[in-house]
Design a binder for this molecule. Structure first.
Ligand code: FES
Length: 121
């Protein structure tokens, strides 16, 4: 079964909250993209940048441990914290999540969507 009762609450630096089903077969990036969340993805989700940088503020214990590749990429990020993960490398576990979009990620998103730049706060 690809759906679950668990949910992800995405919060971006502009204060926009988006609630989405926590589909365990998809990455946080894929779920964000499907629900219009402004999560950047400069490398297209192949763990080759740090623009999908998020902070997992709740539910992080349910997530798989970070692999070396994710850790190495996160080292390239700005304002890296213990709660930091790469959205393209993490799939939800058996728990609700609260995921905060990093400033670098939303800025990348606007660079990828120049037609939406006017709404940037
Ligand atoms: S989108 Fe580039 S590392 Fe996630």
């Amino acid at each position: 079964m690809s759906t679950t009762a668990h949910k992800i609450t995405f919060v971006d630096p502009e204060g926009t909250e988006t609630v989405a089903p926590a589909d365990p077969s998809k990455t946080l990036l894929e779920i964000a993209e499907e629900h219009g969340v402004k999560l950047g993805s400069a490398c297209g989700g192949v763990c080759a940048c740090s623009s999908c940088h998020v902070y997992v503020r709740a539910g992080d214990a349910s997530l798989p441990e970070m692999e070396d590749a994710e850790e190495d990429r996160l080292d390239m990020g700005f304002d890296v914290q213990p709660a930091s993960r790469l959205g393209c490398q993490v799939k939800p576990g058996d728990c609700d999540l609260k995921v905060e979009i990093s400033r670098e990620s939303i800025e990348t998103w606007y660079n990828e969507h120049p037609e939406r730049r006017a709404e940037q706060k």
